[in-house]
Ligand binder design. Structure first.
Ligand SMILES: [Zn+2]
Length: 317
């Protein structure tokens, strides 16, 4: 199972709740997977074609249990597509008229057809979730977060694309869109935006899986950066410490002031520590700046001694 089909399976399992949401989700599913046939003599047929049997059952329950209609369900085997099955739901007769009115596709008084696809008024927060869920179930996909961030919903017309984008925008999720082979595609490319969209649709399992993946990726990135930084720092620290040791070994420690001698002894005893750590070991403890100042004076003394020795050597030759 792909991440996309796992996410859909999770959404399909969500219970059908408020009537307003059931109708909104059904509207989105009708926009994306449904079609309306005019049979003549004022008769209509609404059909939905989906590949997942579980989704067909969800639509069936919406029609039958929530709206009291009598849909029929059958399967079409595609010999050309490797025996893949499509589930087809159909509503006809008086049921079709009632449903067309409920989906605001037909004028309730005059009985004439207003439009070929539903145009729900999505104003309640609960219905926004339901609308996105329906659109995603009908025409959406999401890439496995281990491979990258991409969620998209395809729509057959611009009006529907705007409706999808508006629901996302209302939740503060910035979406982009483009046309692909005559189809309008609304898509998200940002991990946070996809997590928010999954949460909005109430796919909490998929959202958690994506968040875990994001955290793992962020932690791995941070650990790598820290490691690189540490290696870099400790290298610099060791080079500095080596220079300090060389300098201190040249000095006659008993000739130094107690303050400088203390610092020199600490460095000799702990070649691997930073000045800050040496300062902390000092009794009484020294700030990093004080430790650095003493170390500078030690280096200075060693440099002066070097000059003196060179001069003496020059004199004696
Ligand atoms: Zn609602």
């Amino acid at each position: 199972m792909s991440f996309s089909s796992d996410t859909k399976a999770e959404l399909i399992r969500l219970p059908l709740q408020r009537p307003c949401c059931v109708l909104t989700e059904l509207s989105a599913l009708t926009q994306t997977t449904g079609s309306l046939n005019l049979l003549g003599a004022g008769r209509f047929r609404l059909t939905w074609q989906v590949e997942q049997a579980a989704l067909a059952r969800r639509i069936f329950r919406m029609l039958k249990d929530s709206l009291g209609l009598s849909p029929s369900l059958h399967f079409v085997e595609h010999s050309r597509l490797g025996g893949r099955r499509t589930c087809v739901l159909t509503v006809e007769g008086e049921d079709a008229r009632r449903l067309l009115v409920a989906l605001r596709m037909m004028d309730p008084q005059e009985g004439f057809l207003r439009r070929m696809t539903p145009r729900p008024q999505v104003t309640r927060q609960c219905c926004r979730r339901a609308y996105l869920r329906g659109a995603f179930l009908g025409a959406g996909s999401v890439t496995n977060p281990a491979r990258g961030y991409h969620l998209e919903i395809t729509t057959r017309e611009e009006g529907l694309r705007d409706l999808v984008e508006r629901q996302l925008a209302h939740a503060g999720i910035p979406a982009r869109h483009r046309e692909r082979r005559g189809v309008e595609v609304v898509y998200l490319k940002d991990g946070q935006a996809i997590a928010d969209a999954l949460a909005l649709m109430e796919a909490s399992g998929a959202m958690l899986q994506l968040e875990n993946q994001r955290i793992t990726r962020q932690m791995r990135g941070a650990a790598n950066r820290a490691l690189n930084c540490d290696e870099h720092n400790s290298e610099r620290q060791l080079t500095a410490a080596e220079a300090q040791l060389t300098a201190i070994r040249r000095l006659n420690l008993s000739a130094l002031t107690p303050a400088l001698r203390g610092m020199a002894e600490l460095r000799l005893a702990h070649p691997e520590l930073s000045l800050e750590q040496l300062g902390a070991l000092h009794r009484p403890p020294l700030q990093k700046s004080a430790a650095a100042s003493r170390m500078r004076r030690l280096m200075q003394a060693a440099a002066e001694l070097e000059i003196e020795n060179t001069e003496q050597e020059t004199e004696s030759t």
